[in-house]
Design a protein around this ligand. Sequence first.
Ligand code: ME8
Length: 651
Amino acid sequence: MLKTFYITTPIYYVNDVPHIGHAYTTIAADVLARYHRQWGHDVFFLTGLDEHGQKVQQAAEKAGIDPQAYCNRLAPKFQTLWKRLNISNDAFIRTTDPTHKAYVQKTLQALYDKDLIYRADYTGWYCTFDERFWTEKDVVDGLCPDCKRPVERLSESNYFFRMGRYQERLVTYIQDHPGFIQPQSRSNEVLGFLRKPLEDLSISRPKSRLSWGIELPFDAGYVTYVWFDALVNYVSALHYLTPKPSFDKYWTTHSTETASDRTVMHLVGKDILTTHAVYWSTILMALEHALPTTLFAHGWWTVNGEKMSKSRGNVVDPNAIVDEFGVDAFRYFLLREVPFGQDGDFSKDAMIGRINSELANDLGNLLSRSLTMIERFANGAVPAHAPAADTEMETRLRKTINGLFASAERHITNLEFNRALETVWELVQLGNQYIDKSAPWTLAKKAEDKARLDTVLYHGAETLRILGLALYPFMPQTAQEMVRQLGLTVDLSNPAADELNWGYLKPGTRIAKGDPLFPRIETAAKPQGDTRVTQDQQPAPPQTDQITIEDFRKVSLRIGKVIAAERVPKSTKLLKLQVDIGAEQRQIVAGIAAKYAPEDMVGKRVVIVANLKPAKLMGVESQGMVLAAGDDEVSALLTTVEDVPPGSKIK
Ligand code: ME8
């Protein structure tokens, strides 16, 4: 039987424009939807808007327009953002859709008819801002425990859902289904909440207090509590949205059918864990529907270490981030930076750090250098792998690739997006090391190394193709661009079975090298006190270390060829070199004797500083400097990939 995967985000309040928090949940859901589609599952991905209730009514009043007109004005802000972020939702629900409203009324009537909804008087402490009652013990000093605003004593007749009745059943269910509420800590939190007696839930609001909602079918004096209306969206959507989903197809059942055949997954933020884990679960029990397979509550984003809020003026607009850094960098950052489930902090510095090191330097570079070499050394067409030319390096690379999809699957199934990306990056890094060690530029020099050169170039290209497949759910545009540059026209959203295997890329495929995937982002150095340091980001150099391009241009760097070399007497570190720099010959003393013997040096191309003021080292004149890498000890000389004539300028 074809596996189905029904994935939802919360339906967001339409009281304001979307921000980074909304984008986060929606992007995570999109990654899962794309991933499951890639593996041939029948996916239904739902997101949408929560349009009723006090928050929306107040926002509309503030804007001076009717609530429906207000919703209609704001809904496109969400829809346009989801398009920009490449969100592949199959449907978009709005709780003011007439069919949703009718479905909610039908549900309420069914529960009322079964006496699962009843009317009662209630007196309690009411918080107007949070639109809810609190009990005596919740309220301290007359303030709402949530928003700390004053509460008022209110007596009201309302309709209640017999939620308390399901308490024991819910506790048992959670204990018997360890994967139901995730992460595990959230499951424990809910069980902790359920240790106190579970009260019945008021599911109505008198119209005198709140008019913007769905009218109760059995009492025209009331509207439905916004959370009842909103939670029912997960089921109502399956009854009327297009493309026609179906409740029987996507919702799980109580039967013995294994959960793995039909998955229902709700992604939410930790702020709305209780409403989902307790209210929604008990409503589903009352409706005699099965509970979702997974309810995952992720963590909270702060911005530059602060809570995000309108009053602080630090709300991050995803559109602005996309304008500045691009969609895929944003998607990548959100899922790579923080383990899903934990809280995280957003800062542009952290984002730039990841873009420069992981996206530009690791991934972008792997693509551009691999394709450049296919252009140069194979006339722009993917060469053939010659198995006879394989070394242990190719075996290792292919072994890593063969294990890639299995570990990605494990991590994605556990919603460990960051770890899935880490696994992919192990391959990106291995690919770069593979090219460094195989040195195709050297192989290209000798005709007898042709089979080996072709093998290395093929492995580089095929590794990139597989990386494209693995990265597609996270960065769909980038992944598609990677395979386009490899000369393929495949659709990564729905790969054919043979595309998943090594060797799909056919020799002779003409590559189509394009722009770099992620140009490096140059940043102005900040005053030191303001410089944030993350694990893999070095602090920006202090201002005084920086030079201008004019300063740099003053340094004359040239290629030299060593024509003679000898040790400087009584020195363990210095070699005296005679270097051909085209128009002239220079004597240069270099501190490289611990690493290089004089005979190693003859014939080598080196990079020299040609306009350095002459100086004497151990009494020997040096007319320039040879460049080498290393901190205290020299670890490598700088040279060039291609053979260039002595005297060539370095720019
Ligand atoms: O609660 N960090 O809507 P809402 C991470 N309409 N995620 C965040 C976030 C942050 N700082 N801020 C918001 C509602 N979110 C109800 C839901 S569902 C039947 C009804 C995300 O607009 C996160 O997913 O307040 C959170 O749960 C959701 O937005 C709340 O959106």
